[in-house]
Design a protein around this ligand. Structure first.
Ligand code: ZN
Ligand code: ZN
Length: 420
């Protein structure tokens, strides 16, 4: 049984990995500024005998371990944190801040669990390197920068990732989600949503707050626009097409007695179908332009397109193999098929660029007891903090043990079996 043999030293390795996790959690870094994280990753991979290249796609790191004939398996983790002020109360909570490109100082938090992904991949890399006699092939460990809407996967690819590593035969990865820790969830086909986003500026005309007749009020324009945008999903998307539109930011004005001259909004569109997304994008433009015209806006609105994500689509044949490995590892109750998730990822771009099947699965990170209590009360959505929440705090165990084991089991499905 090669996988249990690789995992034999996992509990011995765990105290060190838990320390790495708490350290990464306490030191989050913004997209393309993951210098400290990248240095830790590179040093550890080197120690484990990987050929390491850093600085791919700015701050990305890759380690390659060639271990005889056989398939090349790529495992991927992402490294960036988010501008969120941590409120978990953990003793290893982040108090870090960073300066955005705009010059603005922002709080920083690993609010999406990328610290879990990095730690689990470091653990899997170490265990596989230490048991090279049990498998053969090539292991490619990719640590990607800037997953959060900043195109880190694409940038690593453009920067020649596969020229360094060779093309993988399969691409595997996982993401921690607010599911019970100790469980994993897999799904064949569309798993994560396509995402489109815009920053939009709506133009008004500034005036004294007492003289609305001299101005065009961008606050009223923005308010009306936000409400109207919410009719896209309810009135323009068919009931059997899943979609979400969120206006995540709305900024206008500074003082009670001044009518501002512009309003900014940022919005995000999700669906599992590129065609549905395209229709929603054109509806967004139509509504915003029409609302500006209705308000007598002095200039047409400005649209800045944010990073686009394709839907994450798991290869059916490879998913079957991963699912089998995960069920064998964790049992049928802990490794289950789950519904698609509305979040988005650029993970799929690696498989697409390599013309290789890719499989992405979910890793539970929530205290199972808290989850069971909330499930019983029907309050999972309210009570269980999700990714990007200032309260998102994956429990260290069994999350890390499950995450390392899942990566090893999935990789060994290719590396540990007879190759054909
Ligand atoms: Zn995220
Ligand atoms: Zn994420």
């Amino acid at each position: 049984m090669p996988t249990p043999d690789v995992l034999r030293s996992l509990s011995e390795a765990m105290p060190d990995l838990e320390a790495v996790y708490r350290d990464l959690h306490a030191h989050p870094e913004l997209a393309y500024a993951e210098h400290r994280t990248a240095a830790i990753v590179a040093a550890r991979l080197q120690m484990d005998g990987f050929a390491v290249t850093d600085g791919i796609g700015a701050t990305g790191v890759v380690g390659v371990l060639r271990n005889g004939e056989g398939p090349a398996v790529m495992l991927r983790a992402d490294m960036d944190a988010l501008p969120v002020k941590e409120q978990t109360g953990l003793d290893y909570a982040s108090t870090a801040t960073a300066t955005e490109d705009t010059g603005e100082t922002v709080p920083l938090m690993h609010a999406c669990g990328h610290d879990v992904h990095v730690t689990c991949l470091l653990g899997a890399a170490r265990l596989l390197a230490a048991s090279a006699g049990l498998w053969s092939g090539t292991l490619i460990a990719v640590f990607q920068p800037a997953e959060e809407g900043r195109g880190g996967a694409q940038r690593m690819l453009t920067d020649g990732l596969f020229e360094i590593t060779g093309k993988p035969d399969v691409v595997l990865g996982q993401h921690v989600f607010p599911h019970p820790a100790g469980t994993v969830g897999y799904r064949s086909g569309p798993f994560l949503a396509a995402s489109d986003g815009f920053d939009v500026r709506l133009y008004g005309r500034g005036a004294h707050g007492s003289r609305p007749q001299s101005g065009v009020d961008p606050v009223v324009l923005a308010a009306s626009t936000v409400m109207r945008l919410q009719t896209i999903v309810s009135r323009e998307v068919a009931a059997d097409e899943q979609a979400v539109l969120t206006v995540g930011a709305l900024r206008a004005g500074a003082k009670a007695n001044i009518i501002a001259d512009h309003a900014d909004l940022s919005l995000s569109i999700r669906s599992f179908d590129r065609e549905v997304s395209a229709r929603m994008v054109s509806s967004v433009r139509r509504i915003i332009e029409a609302e500006c015209a209705a308000s007598g806006s002095p200039r047409p609105p400005r649209f800045d397109e944010l990073a686009r994500f394709s839907p994450t689509v798991n290869d059916p044949v490879a998913t079957e193999r991963v699912a089998g490995a995960l069920r064998a590892l964790l049992g049928d109750d802990a490794a289950t098929e789950i519904a698609p998730i509305m979040g988005s990822e650029d993970f799929g771009e690696f498989g697409e660029a390599a013309s290789a099947p890719s499989v992405f699965w979910s890793l539970g990170g929530t205290d199972p007891e808290a989850y069971a209590t909330a499930l019983k009360a029907g309050t999972v959505d309210e009570d269980i903090p999700s990714n990007h929440s200032p309260l998102f705090a994956p429990i260290v165990q069994p999350t890390l043990t499950t995450g390392v084991s899942a990566l090893v089991a999935a990789a060994m499905e290719w590396l540990g079996t007879s190759h054909g």
